[in-house]
Design a binder for this molecule. Structure first.
Ligand SMILES: Cc1cc2nc3c(=O)[nH]c(=O)nc-3n(C[C@H](O)[C@H](O)[C@H](O)COP(=O)(O)O)c2cc1C
Length: 213
């Protein structure tokens, strides 16, 4: 059993990464082979629409042929039994790192025919992990639920049921006193980070166990 977690945050030690680390730890505690990949470390671009993955006569049918650092990650994602993608919300969307990865991951499997199912290995447990500044109850107003629903739907089209893990009202910076931050209830955020975030890390650990069980 192999679990691959992909971090779409450019930060390798903050909210999204911490949750993904716990998911990975949870999976490893059940004997799964685990890997956490930080997209920030890689040099890659999004889909270039070359259509090599759509040519039924080509060896690359259903596979992205772009040669950059994401290629091996797409191969690992193809082989993994469990795939977890994490991203903060940036202007109410996934980060550009995460989006570029999603484009390449999904488009290689996507077909423009109704006669065939997608070219993905469909049996794969998946999860999407989102972190964000705003509170859960504000997600709808900021259009975030639609983004989550769309990406979850695509994960389910290409793989299998996708679990969504939301972590809201995150602590964005280590020292709020250095910046102008009056649109948020900073003491409330710090309190939440002390009291609630550790529980969310536990919830992430449990998700890791569940995904490989
Ligand atoms: C460029 C940028 C845009 C952001 N846009 C949003 C946003 O639209 N909504 C939101 O709730 N948080 C937004 N945030 C805050 C992050 O989503 C939040 O701090 C997240 O937990 C950061 O994840 P990380 O700690 O893993 O990097 C933004 C942060 C940055 C840097």
């Amino acid at each position: 059993m192999k679990l691959l977690a992909i971090n779409g945050s450019p930060r390798k030690t903050m909210n999204t990464a911490s949750l993904l680390e716990k998911i990975v730890d949870g999976a490893a505690s059940r004997g799964a082979e685990v890997q956490l990949t930080h997209l920030r470390d890689l040099t890659f671009k999004g889909c270039i629409s070359c259509f090599h993955c759509k040519d039924p006569k080509s060896e690359s049918y259903g596979r992205c042929i772009v040669k950059d650092d994401l290629g091996p990650v797409l191969q690992e994602a193809h082989e993994a039994d469990v795939l977890v993608l994490g991203s903060p919300f940036y202007f109410s969307m996934e980060t550009s790192l995460a989006r570029a990865c999603m484009e390449r991951l999904w488009f290689q499997y996507h077909l423009y025919t109704k006669r065939k199912p997608p070219l993905s290995p469909r049996k794969k447990a998946t999860a999407l992990v989102y972190t964000m500044n705003i509170r859960l109850e504000d997600m709808e107003a900021y259009g975030k639920n639609a983004v989550v629903t769309r990406s979850k739907g695509l994960m389910e089209r290409f793989f299998a049921p996708c679990e969504v893990f939301l972590c809201c009202d995150t602590k964005q910076v280590k020292d709020y006193s250095k910046y102008e931050f009056d649109v948020f209830d900073v003491p409330g955020k710090l309190k939440r980070h002390e009291e609630i975030f550790p529980k969310e890390l536990e919830r992430a650990f449990d998700l890791g166990i569940r995904l490989v069980s």
